[in-house]
Design a protein around this ligand. Structure first.
Ligand SMILES: [Zn+2]
Length: 410
C-alpha cells in the first residue's frame, strides 16, 4: 500500500501501456448524442494461458485500454456508459483475472478496472459491432508475461493522453459568499470505487453519500454556512481533486465522510471514529485504514504522484500545516464530544490520509461506523439514525466556528 513511507523498490508510478483505441468510425459522434450506451453484462473466459474479458454493450463505442502496475490492472476507459449489470458481477476469478469493477469515473467518462494477479500483456482489445443475434461486445485478451517484459512494455508505450488521467476538477471559484464560512463535505469513494462493503452488499460509497446530503441540508437550514459536496452522485473523484475542490471553494473546514469494515472482529468493531492527519499513525489499525482509504485512487486507476513529489509535499506540509493541524484537532475533539455514546472504543486517531493533506484547510475524516457490523450497517442505512447523527456532526461544526468567531485560541 502506498502509505506515508513507501518501502518498495524504484517507484515507477503510473505507467500506461498499450493504448488500444478501437475506433468505431465516423458514425460514433452522431450516435453519441442520441441514446446513452448501456453495458448490461460481462464475463470472463479462458484460462491462465489466455484470459478473455467480455462486456456486452448496447452499441459500439470508442474505448481506451491500458495497463497499470502495482497492483497489476487493466483499465478500460469508455464514454458515458450506463452500467446495468446483474448484481454480484465482478467477484468472479478466472485465469489471470481476480475480479473487476465498473462505474462512472468522471462526468461523461466511465471506466472498467480489471484486477490481474501477475505480470501480463494486453494481447488484444477491440469492440465488435452488434449483430442481429448479439449485442456489441468489448473484448480484452490478456496473456501472461514476466515482470521485466511487463515493465519494458509500460515504459515503451507511455501515451500522450496519460495527462488526461483523472477527472477534471469541479468548476468553482475561491469566493466566500456573504462572508459565510464555507464547509466542504467529502463523501468518500464513488463510481468505479465502491469503498468497503457489508456482507449483504451495502457499499460505503452509497451510505456516505446519503449521510453527506443529510448533513448538507442540516447545515444549510439556518443559512449560516455555504456548503459544498465534492461529489453529488455516484461518481468517482481522485483524492487530490477532493483536496483541490476544498481549496477552490475557499473552504474553512473539510470533512471527509467514510464507513469502515473490520470483518475479522465483527462484534468489537462498531461506532464512529474521528481521524486527523499525521505522519506517524496513532496505531496499526489507523495505519491500515489510511492505507486502505489512500488506495481509492489505485482502485480507480488514477495516477499517483511520484515518490519524490511525495517527499517534497510532506516537507511543505510540515511547515505550512501546523496551524491548520491545530484547527483540525480542535474540530476533531468537537466531533468526539458531539458523537459521545456512538463512538468506537478508541474514538480519535491519526494517520497519513492523502485526502486530509490540504495545507490551509482544517481537515478531518469521519468513519461513521463499521459496515462489517450488522447493527452498524442497519443504522447506516436508516434515515432516522442518519438524521440524528448528522445533527450531532452539525453541532460539532457549530462549536468549531463559534470558537473561531469568538477568537478563542486554536
Ligand atoms: Zn472509505
Amino acid at each position: 500500500m502506498r502509505a506515508a513511507k513507501p518501502s518498495r523498490g524504484p517507484f515507477w508510478g503510473v505507467l500506461l501501456a498499450f493504448i488500444v483505441v478501437a475506433l468505431c468510425g465516423s458514425a460514433q459522434l452522431a450516435g453519441a448524442a442520441s441514446k446513452p450506451t448501456i453495458a448490461n453484462d460481462a464475463r470472463l473466459a479462458g484460462d491462465r494461458e489466455r484470459t478473455r474479458f467480455i462486456a456486452d454493450l448496447s452499441k459500439k463505442v470508442e474505448v481506451t485500454v491500458f495497463a497499470l502496475g502495482e497492483p497489476y490492472r487493466v483499465i478500460v476507459d469508455l464514454p458515458d456508459v450506463s452500467f446495468q449489470m446483474p448484481s454480484g458481477l465482478g467477484n468472479e476469478k478466472r485465469g489471470l483475472v481476480t475480479g473487476y469493477r465498473y462505474g462512472l469515473f468522471a462526468p461523461g467518462k466511465s471506466r472498467i478496472v480489471i484486477d490481474v494477479d501477475g505480470p501480463f500483456l494486453i494481447d488484444k482489445a477491440f469492440v465488435l459491432d452488434a449483430r442481429p443475434d448479439q449485442p456489441a461486445r468489448l473484448v480484452v485478451d490478456l496473456v501472461p508475461t514476466d515482470r521485466a517484459t511487463f515493465l519494458a512494455k509500460l515504459r515503451e508505450a507511455k501515451p500522450a493522453s496519460a495527462k488526461e488521467e483523472g477527472a477534471t476538477p469541479a468548476a468553482g471559484s475561491a469566493k466566500q459568499a456573504d462572508g459565510k464560512p464555507v464547509v466542504v463535505l467529502d463523501p468518500g469513494h464513488g463510481g468505479v470505487d465502491p469503498g468497503t462493503m457489508s456482507a449483504s452488499g451495502t457499499t460505503e460509497k452509497e451510505v456516505v453519500l446519503d449521510f453527506a446530503k443529510t448533513l448538507k441540508a442540516k447545515l444549510e437550514a439556518d443559512g449560516r454556512y455555504e456548503v459544498y459536496l465534492t461529489r453529488q452522485d455516484d461518481t468517482f473523484l481522485p483524492l487530490r481533486e477532493r483536496v483541490e475542490f476544498a481549496k477552490q471553494k475557499g473552504a474553512s473546514l473539510f470533512l471527509s465522510i467514510h464507513a469502515d469494515a473490520f470483518p475479522e472482529r465483527v462484534a468489537e468493531a462498531s461506532g464512529a471514529t474521528v481521524y486527523t492527519l499525521s505522519e506517524q499513525a496513532s496505531d496499526d489499525e489507523a495505519k491500515e485504514l489510511a492505507a486502505k482509504e489512500n488506495f481509492s485512487d489505485a482502485i480507480a486507476g488514477v495516477e499517483l504522484p511520484s515518490e519524490s513529489d511525495e517527499v517534497v509535499a510532506n516537507i511543505l506540509i510540515d511547515l505550512a500545516q501546523r496551524e491548520t493541524q491545530n484547527r483540525s484537532l480542535i474540530f476533531a475533539r468537537s466531533m468526539v464530544g458531539a458523537l459521545a455514546g456512538n463512538l468506537h472504543t478508541k474514538a480519535m486517531k491519526s494517520a497519513g490520509f492523502r485526502v486530509l493533506k490540504a495545507p490551509d484547510v482544517p481537515s478531518v475524516l469521519l468513519e461513521l461506523g463499521f459496515l462489517s457490523n450488522p447493527e452498524d450497517e442497519k443504522q447506516l442505512k436508516d434515515e432516522t439514525w442518519r438524521d440524528a447523527r448528522a445533527k450531532s456532526v452539525a453541532a460539532a461544526i457549530d462549536i468549531f466556528f463559534a470558537k473561531r468567531l469568538a477568537r478563542m485560541p486554536f
